[in-house]
Design a protein around this ligand. Structure first.
Ligand code: G3P
Ligand code: CA
Length: 247
């Protein structure tokens, strides 16, 4: 069965990476949600996709140079809709606490391995089951450090494969990604759906003991193609709606 994942929460209808976006995802019965974290100046993991707040708050604070107190004065809801005026940037621990039993929260660490000690502290403090808080990252050093520090937590390496216009070859290739994930003991790959993902690839990954997850799928035709390829999870900005379209 496909696991549907709410990208940055139910971000089509609520401001991304806010408590409202996760509340909506859980209320709509989505199996999992995804979020992005950066470290603040005072060493806490806070939800934000970008390294600064200009896009979501309309004023620019650099997250790594700002304290939680400074960042949480910003309104990161109004840009989406006046209905969400006053939404604050949540801390990772606040969202982890909301995960309902039996569901998962994919934690995308946007920075390097220096984030891992704080990640370990938060997960130990909140005390959810390890299977509920998989870690994903485009940063190889972060994935390696997370797997080492949190062996019971699933770690999926994120990649966006690019096609060379001249040779037609994808980089990294499917074979390279499978080898890399195996080498470091990761649990699977989380890939851009526009890459070379088909049934042969998913079969090879599964034979290597890896899960295959894809992002960010918003159209029914793309979701159907991924389901036919046999992927384990689909990340979408509106998973509750999309899952109904492909039933
Ligand atoms: O789920 C993975 C996906 O979130 C990666 O892309 O840029 O939306 O963080 P991005
Ligand atoms: Ca993300």
């Amino acid at each position: 069965m496909i696991e549907w994942v709410a990208h940055r929460g139910e971000s089509a209808d609520a401001p991304e990476n806010t408590m409202s976006a996760y509340k909506l995802a859980w209320e709509r019965g989505v199996a999992a949600a995804e979020l992005d974290v950066h470290l603040t100046k005072d060493g806490q993991l806070i939800l934000t996709h970008d390294a600064d707040t200009s896009r979501t708050a309309g004023q620019k604070l650099i997250v790594k140079d700002s304290t939680v107190e400074e960042l949480q004065k910003l309104d990161v809801g109004s840009w989406k809709s006046p209905k969400y005026a006053g939404e604050k940037m949540p801390l990772l621990e606040d969202v982890v606490r909301t995960i309902p039993d039996g569901r998962r929260l994919f934690i995308e660490v946007k920075i390097g391995a220096e984030a891992v000690p704080e990640l370990v502290r938060v997960l130990n403090k909140v005390g959810k089951k390890p299977e509920q808080t998989p870690v994903i990252s485009f940063k190889l050093d972060t994935c390696i450090a997370a797997k080492k520090a949190l062996p019971k937590v699933k770690v999926y390496y994120l990649a966006a494969q690019k096609k060379d216009k001249q040779t037609g070859k994808w980089s990294p290739s499917n074979e390279e990604l499978i080898a890399l994930a195996k080498q470091h003991g990761f649990d699977g790959l989380d890939l851009a759906y526009k890459g070379p993902i088909d049934a042969d690839f998913v079969k090879s990954a599964k034979a290597a003991g890896l899960d295959v997850l894809v992002w960010t799928v918003d159209e029914p035709a793309d979701a159907r193609r991924m389901i036919e390829a046999g992927v384990d999870a689909i990340t979408s900005n509106h998973p509750a709606w999309l899952s109904q379209q492909v039933k």
